[in-house]
Design a protein around this ligand. Structure first.
Ligand SMILES: [Zn+2]
Ligand SMILES: [Zn+2]
Length: 477
């Protein structure tokens, strides 16, 4: 029999626990605007995995005029003719009357309005970068949204940009000596976006363009690049393709009289004496374009990068047979073939054992990339996983000893979808029906009664909730 006192204590503990799990203050988060540190009376806060920052202090610091309407609980901010409005508790804000969706609504804490970090960037086109290592938010105002971090590399730093081009690859390497290399150019549809990103990154000419293989999602955007920048040399896999895009690419190289080389395994690319670049593949001709992808190893002192194009298990096996352990071992792995299960074989991953893995892909690709098997494997070996469809542009700085990873969005990678039980790591996905608003564990009897053509899958609970789904009352996901 419980005494009243015991019940009271139990209730108190419960109330405390409930009040703690909602919002956690993250006063160790610092915010820098155009290089100088901002201070706030109400600090940035974490709410459901999203960083909320004080709106008025930041907007006023970037020169916006901020007004509060207590009746409608709406903040209106104006800068250079752009008007943004946000109502407390609403997930839709407005920019010049166009809706802007928020991950979580703005809220009032100690009489201050806090809004999701990403909204600050979108509102007036500021560049917002979250550095998880130092827990620092860097805001650069004045530049357009989606710009690369403007922090210029210091002399010895190398910068690798994994550019969000939707479904496809485009990787810009800026070497310590100022030279540059572009590995793939994404699909044709992303060509203009890629060119504008490169310009914002300060690129005026490109020393080397590598086309890992002739698929459209790797060379399509190169047409815009070749038309917009002087290029010194193109390195090609030498595996031909009959597509119009590949023909256009070849004739453009010819027309612009750009030096053209076929990649040979174990040749090196000499571009900066501080970074050793070795072509690891193709070392032989394989049966398809993907497996003939150019694979590059970049070694910047202690830091290794492995860029694999769309190489699949067959090429990985060949690579393992032909290289020693230290050659494949890399800190950063550009995961093969957009996270497909046909790449990243267990043995290969063990050899590479990357601390950071980057998957490049578009949100609504028709291939089901990334495959959950691949993400599960990467998480299992303790690799930090970034995806361009989740994080946007991903920029890795290397000083030759360690790396810092910067992303434009602060959204954590499906952290609530990784389940660790008895040392086993699995990826928990959720399923709903397009005909209802409930999401379920796949094992739920209601999930199993969903007509397969109506199924819609989510990689995390927050993804399901963002899509407007609510948890099933039976399986309680
Ligand atoms: Zn591809
Ligand atoms: Zn491909």
């Amino acid at each position: 029999m419980f005494s009243l006192k015991k019940i009271f204590i139990l209730l108190l503990v419960l109330v405390l626990a409930l009040s703690l799990c909602g919002t956690a203050t993250a006063s160790d988060i610092s915010v820098k605007l155009n290089g100088s540190q901002l201070s706030f009376d109400v600090p940035p806060t974490l709410d459901n995995g999203r960083t909320l920052v004080p709106l008025r202090a930041i907007f006023e610091a970037i020169g916006a005029d901020v007004k509060w309407d207590g009746d409608t609980q709406t903040v209106t901010a104006t800068k250079d003719g752009t008007v943004v409005a946000l109502t407390i508790g609403s997930k839709t804000a407005y920019k010049n009357n166009g809706p802007v969706e928020l991950d979580v609504p703005g809220k009032i804490i100690n009489q201050r309005t806090l809004v999701p970090l990403r909204f600050v960037g979108e509102a007036f086109g500021s560049n917002v970068v979250w550095d998880g290592n130092t827990r620092t938010i860097t805001i650069t105002s004045g530049s357009g949204s989606g710009s690369p971090p403007s922090d210029p590399p210091t002399k010895s730093k190398m910068k690798a940009h994994f550019i969000d081009v939707g479904q496809g690859d485009a990787i810009l390497i800026q070497f310590p000596n100022g030279k540059s290399m572009l590995v793939d150019g994404g699909p044709r549809t992303a060509g203009e976006k890629l060119v504008s990103y490169l310009k914002k990154a300060g690129i005026t000419s490109i020393d080397i363009v590598v086309a890992t293989h002739p698929h459209e999602d790797h060379i399509g955007g190169l047409l815009n690049v070749l038309n917009n920048f002087p290029v010194n040399k193109v390195i090609d896999s030498g595996y031909p393709h009959t597509s119009k895009t590949y023909e256009d690419y070849l004739s453009l190289i010819d027309q612009k009289d750009i030096s053209f080389e076929i990649a040979h395994a174990f040749n090196s690319i000499n571009i900066d004496p501080g970074v050793k670049i070795t072509i690891l593949h193709p070392g032989t001709t394989m049966a398809d374009s993907n497996n003939n992808s150019i694979v590059l190893k970049l070694q910047h002192n202690q830091v290794g990068f492995l860029l694999t194009g769309d190489a699949e298990a067959e090429a990985e096996k060949y690579l393992m047979e032909r290289t020693d352990a230290t050659t494949l071992k890399s800190d950063i792995l550009k995961v093969g073939h957009h996270g497909s299960r046909t790449s990243t074989s267990d043995a290969f991953l063990k050899k590479v054992s990357p601390s950071t893995s980057i998957i490049m892909l578009g949100e609504d690709n028709s291939y089901g990339h990334p495959h959950s098997e691949t993400i599960t494997k990467l998480v299992k070996i303790g690799s930090e996983v970034y995806q361009t469809n989740v994080n946007g542009h991903i920029v890795v700085f290397s000083d030759g000893n360690k790396v810092n990873v910067f992303t434009v969005s602060d959204k954590p990678i499906s952290s609530d979808s990784v389940v660790i039980e008895g040392g086993e790591v699995t990826l928990q996905r959720y399923v709903g029906s397009i005909k209802s608003d409930k999401y379920h564990y796949p094992s739920c009897r209601y999930a199993q009664s969903i007509n397969p053509e109506n199924e819609t899958w989510f990689n995390s609970k927050s993804d399901a909730q963002t899509a407007g789904y609510v948890p099933c009352g039976v399986c309680k996901p």
